[in-house]
Design a protein around this ligand. Sequence first.
Ligand code: C2E
Ligand code: CA
Ligand code: CA
Length: 659
Amino acid sequence: MSAPDHKNQTVTNRVYISITAAVLLSIALILSGIWNAEQTGQVAENNINASVKIRQLSDAFNLHQQSMSAAIDFAVTSGDASWRNNYENHLLDLNQVMLSAAATVDENIIAAMREKAKAVVETERELFRLIGEDQQVAAFELLASDSYQERKIEQEEQALTLRATLELRSRQIIENLSSRLRQTTFALIMQIVLIVMIWFYIVTVVKRWQLAQTEHRDELSKLAHYDPLTGIGNRALFQLRLESAFQQSKRDNKAVGLLLTDIDHFKDVNDNLGHDIGDKLLVAVAEKIKAACRESDTVIRLGGDEFAIIITNLDSKRDSGLLANKILSIFERDLNIHGHKISTGTSIGLAFYPDDAENGEELLRKADMALYEAKRAGRRNFKFFDAAIEASARNKVEMQKGLISALENKEFKLFYQPLINMSTGEVIGAESLIRWFHPETGMVPPDDFISVAEESRLIIPIGAWVLEEACRQQVAWEKRGMPPLSVAVNLSGVQFGESNLVDVVEKIMRKTGISKNLLTLEITESTLMEDVNAVVARLHALNALGLKLAIDDFGTGYSSLAYLKRFPIHHLKIDREFVNELPHNSHDIAIARSIIKMAHELGVSVVAEGIENQEQLDFLSESQCNYGQGYYFGKPMPADEFEQWYDAVTQPQPEAGNM
Ligand code: C2E
Ligand code: CA
Ligand code: CA
């Protein structure tokens, strides 16, 4: 499970747990609320019943007592003893009421009342008897007697106490009930508030979860379609956008442009300044490219230092040319990456749908061919794909196949161009230069195939063959009786970067038996500019073999003089480019002079390449240049021709040569 998936799962689980807990808690609260209400209802019913019953008791007590008194009054005043029945009935009921009251009131009170009542009732029965016997006067006297009246008053007081007690009890019951009701209401309100709070919380949790879900979906889609380092689109987005751009193009009949670009020498930035700075450079470049594009363009990191831009809504190819120029200008000045000033460049290839390609794959391939062509044309420029580019790409593939069979069929040959000591005019050696004799097309110059050989790394076996062949030739010349001529061999940057280079060179030297100091390896200035510490180590290892080292094409790579001091080299070869216009171009004059001066200060001798005329020779001799090479002395030639040439120039004949 990916990190965002895992995070999302955790959040989702938490939401489920919260909802379940909320539901359970709410159910528990509702049930307890119902139970509480139920209980309170029960209590209310009981209490109200009790209260009503007590009040009824009190009322009944009152009623019966008054009825009994009334019965006596009636009997006494009317002399009618039949009221006795009425009296006795009420007495029975009163007893009943007292019995019932005993459940609610203190039993002692009831017992005391009964005690008192007994005496009163006895007197009152006596009263009825007297009335029944028509002794009304005696009845009156009994009724008015102090003892009866006193008892009556006491009984009255007791009755009042009983009723007061009953009423108090009834009031207490009602008060208890209302406090119980208040408690229940409070509890219910609290439960409702709690439930509302819980669900309010749940709503918040769910909302947050929904937000997280949206973020999660966005994050997944970002991971799938965007480059985590630079934040711009990746290959997956490239496919998607390209497809939709094609659909759009079909609808509105406008072309789709694909711009491909990469950062020159990005590997060097990584190697020399570290991957962290390399990453920061990529981020900065991605930002700048994005800023150069329109909103409707899609910027993609295809991988490594390769970027692509899908340009839609194109009215003309010119528009995409403008964008290409904007991107080139990003690199015009040094880029400041975390305090490092990085000077690099870019090359750009462009291809168009539907003119150049019918589908995405083809479009990418063709833009890539255009990019390759832009690099070949010297970098820092852009190229539109065209038929010529396609042909050259096809040629490249053909050429690789051809180079493989050339090695097998021994179609390579070495030519030798003489090297002259400018102060003595002596021939001191030769530079070996490869030629390919193609069975169909004839001689192919190295400029046409070396770059393909380097790209396919076929230069490694080819270069090894060259070295062995040149050494073998040098030894053969010595055997032939020629004075010790040095032989210079060109070493490609690809060969120089091979970890077993020193072993390979040593083996070949041993195998051929060449004198150590008669072999010179020429390494181009641009090769030496890569990773300085590694280069210095490698040069020292080669130097330790006893051979000589020359920096080729010097002046084209703008190498730092500080580095030069650390290189154990013997010769600097001034590039033909600076010799060509001597002595008429003041710029070239200044360069040639300063290279010679600087080399001499470092104890290094200078070779001028491409000397074609007397003027150039004179100027260079005057400028203290040590050695010369060029058509003026001799063109590159096969070994046997070189021998003849050598014999001719070294024979003391007046018109044999120019020296
Ligand atoms: P380079 O090493 O700078 O070789 C000198 C080139 O200048 C040779 O071209 C040579 O023919 C040419 N040249 C010499 N004198 C004159 C002159 O007076 N005028 C003009 N216009 N040109 C002159 P070539 O032989 O075509 O080789 C071209 C390049 O191919 C070489 O440049 C070298 O970089 C590469 N190369 C040649 N042979 C080998 C090889 O065996 N291995 C590798 N790695 N590269 C090779
Ligand atoms: Ca050379
Ligand atoms: Ca050269």
